[in-house]
Design a binder for this molecule. Structure first.
Ligand code: FE
Ligand code: FE
Ligand code: FE
Length: 199
């Protein structure tokens, strides 16, 4: 099959001029996840504040700290490419965060159902990030950018671990306790209120 003019092979050179199409797309997707991580950094604070259990609140706080590191890692990747770090609006992350906010509004505060729902909302985000970082690692390797690939792979692993941790939290207790709740169930004191009373 006839293809158009063969592209010159990619190299590790990063002179800031991106004329390779795949390289341009790679950069574009980096900007997408850079924006997405920063939005998630803010959203995790709201999700934390909405938790019923301390266990989930701690998991969100740990992942918030991890997310800060992931943003720094992306700064490093931009630097390796001789590009300035900048975000590009990610409609998917905006939508997932909007959905998380709706879930908070539509579930009762102080219930296990709230936590079960928050876990699912967070896992939707993790899955988006896993798809993005997975793709970015593959592209980085194709483009011979091995240092960038290993940085992105680190974040990919963190997203996968977070996804697994959330599954474990849901399946070990929260889902079962949520299943017992009905409209008349007594509300628990949300984790954020408990920690506030210790201050
Ligand atoms: Fe992340
Ligand atoms: Fe996106
Ligand atoms: Fe994440």
């Amino acid at each position: 099959m006839a293809t158009k003019t063969p592209a010159t092979s990619t190299s590790e050179q990063s002179n800031g001029k991106k004329d390779n199409l795949l390289e341009k797309f790679f950069l574009d997707q980096l900007k997408d996840i850079y924006y997405a991580e920063q939005q998630m950094l803010k959203a995790l604070n709201d999700m934390k504040a909405a938790c019923t259990t301390e266990e989930l609140e701690d998991a969100f706080e740990d992942h918030r700290k991890q997310t800060e590191k992931q943003v720094k890692r992306l700064d490093k990747v931009f630097q390796l490419l001789n590009e300035k770090p900048e975000g590009k609006k990610c409609e998917a992350m905006d939508g997932l965060i909007k959905e998380a906010k709706t879930i908070i509004n539509e579930t009762k505060e102080g219930t296990m159902t709230r936590d079960a729902a928050l876990i699912i909302a967070a896992q939707k985000v993790e899955h988006y990030e896993i798809a993005t970082y997975g793709g970015l690692v593959a592209l980085a390797l194709t483009l011979n950018k091995h240092r960038a690939a290993s940085l992105l792979d680190k974040s990919l692993q963190e997203e996968e671990e977070t996804d697994q941790l959330l599954t474990d939290i849901a399946e070990s207790s929260i889902n079962f306790q949520a299943e017992e709740e009905d409209e008349k169930s007594e509300k628990r004191t949300p984790a954020s209120a408990v920690s506030a009373s210790y201050n």
